[in-house]
Design a binder for this molecule. Structure first.
Ligand code: HEM
Length: 318
């Protein structure tokens, strides 16, 4: 998107009722993320990801990019059959999908905007959860979640998808900015148990090519995709319109990812259709989120803590 288009589109205003509805949906599904003990103190602490002025604070502070990129990140993570097996057999995603969504978003926000102590604590807590996750994937591979290679893959999919969403829907990022973002986020991946994670776009491209032969759709991935699209294992019946919306949202988000991944997951759309329909949809969704709920409260809290000038986060949604 050109700078001119970005300026023009961000100047559009949406009806207040629509913005309130979206803000409520975001808080209901994703949580509020305003815990004082995590984000408010100690004064001057910039946390793990670089603090004010860092590219991590700019990108991960843009809730729209986290939302638009989130589905693609999750689907890319579970394209690794061992990750898929862990999630499929040992996670509560079917029975408590909202808790899973909040915890995953919370992890990204806490590790980037939380105090050093709170960010380290959440990483250690999640590592302890992972220590109990192991099994045998449908491919026959024995795995444990704390395998540094698996942690590295799951870690990488998150900044990869979020940075691509930011680049496509907010403003184009230079290679240098992408390199800095991957480097800042790599520390979090290593603290989570990965050994080597890509720290530049060049390393990311090599890494993805190296990992690609391990990716596959198993019956579990097919089910999981069906769950995301509202077709399989729903707690309550989902109407046709909602199923269609989810089908579209999955394809729009996966449009951020390489063609091989879209083909493998069956979410491929010809470029022309992607450019004419799905990409504008990602941008529209991002604009709506930015207008209704630009950043969770923790972003302003973290700026205040670190001593920078806070920008306003939305007040409590009623
Ligand atoms: C850096 C990499 C990873 C991150 C950031 C991550 C993130 C998370 C988070 C935030 C939770 C929720 C913990 C809670 O609050 O209860 C979780 C749970 C879980 N993770 Fe991971 N994860 C990673 C890697 C993996 C891998 C490699 C596997 C599987 C091989 C895996 C499987 C699971 C499972 C099965 C749960 C339990 C979920 C539940 O109770 O519903 N994770 N992970």
């Amino acid at each position: 998107m050109s700078a001119t288009t970005a300026t023009t589109t961000s100047a559009l205003s949406w009806p207040a009722g629509l913005k309130r509805f979206i803000a409520r949906e975001i808080e209901t599904n994703g949580g509020r993320h305003d815990e004082a003990e995590i984000y408010a103190a100690p004064a001057g602490d910039v946390g793990l990801a670089g603090g004010p002025g860092s590219i991590s604070w700019e990108i991960n502070g843009d809730l729209a990019s986290l939302i638009v990129g989130g589905t693609a990140a999750i689907l890319m993570e579970v394209l690794h059959p061992s990750v898929m097996d862990g999630v499929y057999t040992q996670s509560s995603y079917r029975t408590d999908p909202l808790r899973r969504a909040r915890n995953t978003l919370g992890y990204v926000l806490r590790t980037t905007f939380g105090s050093t102590r709170a960010a380290t604590a959440v990483i250690e807590r999640v590592k302890a959860v992972h220590a109990g996750v192991s099994g045998v994937a449908p491919t026959g591979a024995t795995y444990r979640a704390l395998d540094p290679e698996l942690i590295g893959w799951v870690h990488t999919c998150i900044p990869w998808a979020v940075m691509t969403a930011f680049d496509r829907t907010k403003r184009p990022l230079s290679i240098d900015e992408k390199d800095r973002y991957l480097r800042e986020q790599a520390l979090i991946g290593r603290m989570g148990g990965a050994e080597r994670v890509p720290e530049s776009v060049a390393e990311l491209n090599d890494y993805v090519e190296r990992m690609r032969p391990q990716m596959a759709m198993t019956y579990q991935t097919v089910d999981f995709l069906g769950f995301l699209e509202g077709r399989v294992d729903q707690l309550q019946p989902i109407g046709r319109k909602e199923r269609f919306d989810r089908w579209v949202a999955v394809r729009a988000s996966m449009g951020l990812m390489p063609e091989w991944a879209r083909r493998m997951t069956g979410t491929y759309q010809p470029d022309l259709i992607y450019r004419a329909f799905f990409a504008p949809l990602d941008r529209l969704k991002a604009r709506l989120v930015r207008s209704a709920y630009p950043a969770p409260p923790c972003v302003a809290m973290a700026h205040q803590r670190a001593g920078a000038i806070a920008f306003s986060a939305p007040s409590s949604i009623s």
